[in-house]
Design a protein around this ligand. Sequence first.
Ligand code: PLP
Length: 423
Amino acid sequence: MLENVRDDFPLLARTVRNGRPLVYLDSAATAQKPQAVLDAEFGFYREHYAAVARGAHLLAEEATAAYEDARADVAEFVGAAPEEIVWTSGATAALNLVANGMAAASAGLGGDASSPFALGPGDEIVVTQAEHHANLIPWQQLATRTGATLRWIPVDPDGALVLHDLPTYITEAARVVAFTHASNVTGLVTDVEPIVRRAREVGALTVLDGCQSVPHLPVDVAQLGVDFMAFSGHKMLGPSAIGALWGRKELLDALPPSVYGGGAIATVTMEETTWLEAPMRFEPGSPPVAQAVGMAAAARYLTGLGMDAVAAHERRIAHVLRSGVAELPGVRLIGPVGDPAQDDVLGLASVAVEGVHPHDVGQVLDDRGIAARVGHHCAQPLHRRLGLAGSTRASTHVYSTEDDALAFVEALASVRSFFGVTA
Ligand code: PLP
């Protein structure tokens, strides 16, 4: 049980339309911030702010130490070593970093060391039909640029990945398999092990989109066995515009950079450049130092709550949410209700209300002070597979309560009659 957690989140105390209390159920899009994160970021600006690295003054030293300490905290949060964490502007940038690095390797920009990343015609890139666009489009582009073929693991009519015949989708030609750890639409948590096993069998790299899992479940990259994982700060109670790519150090050192500039280089002549080792080779330009400090504070805050307790809390809310909407006539819950005893589904529920457009559903919810998300949630292929143009999604975090879930269910129950839909 997470007690009194709401008090840590100042924004949750505000009211919204017509003075109604806020019911914030849009955490899968972005999460609210605890005071500890606000204080860390503000405190850094107030007392230690300076450009990091190579400064010859005390403030630069302090800022650099804060930046690197933040890296160590975020690394620890996912069971990694600090030098395996690359700061990015979010999960989207992290996924692009890997795909664009592979494109650079394929164009011969990384030398011999980058050959494991080089693709060409006859090679296959594998994704799933459940991906967020952030983990689909970079791979589509990589396929177009290299002549490799894009394949995908399909989903069944409930939105679950079809994992029983993996050799059909991950063939001997697969060179990289990029897949989500948890769907931002169905909430289903992926069984990572069989995918990693099959990818290893054929010598393919694995890239995990941990955007929705890292904020809500205990995640340890060593246990997962993948090669890369992307995650974002803003969904795990941290600041916006910060995220991270975790990668095995030897792979990060061999992956060519694809964004260029100062701070990432060993030597530069008028003709050419050599790169620093990872992670610095991927962090050109002035980095997001205050945001990194804030993300580390979020990691420490979540660690303080205990990720097992966080997951158990969200499972409880998820059950209220999912079982509640599943019982409503004319409302289709996407995916199964889930087992409240297992981490098989996140604390979210996406629904389609028969005869009512998701934007109209959102309007009814908003009138009641409920912030939820409507549309395709950046997963058009998944919605298309489910026979839907969009859905309405309620999603939770550590501060969500059973009352929030019940408010959503109750509001949803009124939607069809509100619009005079009777059939
Ligand atoms: N992957 C998934 C599953 C997501 O839900 C999101 C954001 O909604 C992203 C990737 C993109 O993350 P970011 O906003 O950090 O770029």
